[in-house]
Design a protein. Sequence first.
Length: 320
Amino acid sequence: MLFRSCKKGNSAVERFLNGESGILLVTGEKRSGKSAFSRYLAMSCFESERIFNLRAPNENSSDINMFDEQLIKVLNNGAKSVDEAFYNLPDKSVIIINDLEIWWERREGGTAVVERIIELTKVYGNKVLFIVNVNKYSLNIINKLTSINFWLNDLILCQPFSAKDIKELIMLRHKAGGLKFIYRSRREDDMTNWEFAALFNRIFKLSSGNPGYAISVWLSSIVEFKDGILYLDRPISFSSSLTDNLTDDQILCLLQFILHRRFSKNHLTSVLKRDSKTISMIIQSLLNRGLITEKFPGVYSLEKMTEHLLIEKFKTLELI
């Protein structure tokens, strides 16, 4: 079973259906399956017409007007205001708010969207279950700046997957594509159980059981695609030297990406209070080192393949 928190999540939903209000907060490491678990829980407990999924903006923002506008758009019931939109909602609906780390900033007024979610829970919590997911590093700070902990139905921590779960996750995705693979000259159908175990234990070890990183490791092992067949080589780890000798400015910039996920150069200039030329130089240096990537035009995020190394480095430095 890929989602080991289902029982706790189902209990939280049952409390909501029985009249208890509160936010169901889903947290964990980056790429630990928080959004996937949120969707899975909602789809397994609610009818599709009662499920509403609010995606985060392309880059970090604590703009409450943007949040309200996006919420009204997602609820899509002809309302002109948030209150009207909630009034028009069917009873016992669920709203998934993804990537709360993108919806706050560490500045005066930077928790406005978080406070808005708390306010909506107070008023409409008996009618709507809010499932909110956020990475645990941002949550540690949000907890210190707001009262969100006092308004929880429950808190669910997404744990690392086992090697068996990693295999199930990747093979489900692989088979859904209808392709076959050849691993180091061995056809998929000819591989022994021991060979499968060796492959996925390797992926498990490199990813530390993190499902998002495990998928990246799997994809990075693909060396060729030909005639509907994927050719795979032994998964390799990235050198930890990629995160060595970082400057103070690079560290400060990368910390923002860990806590808030996505930034444009202009926004980073404002947050870090540096001139635009300096920020451009820092961004270019991080791009050159393969630590960040351009996620959307002009908007940057951590590079998936090196993100895990970077987070482990920052843990060692006691920065997160």
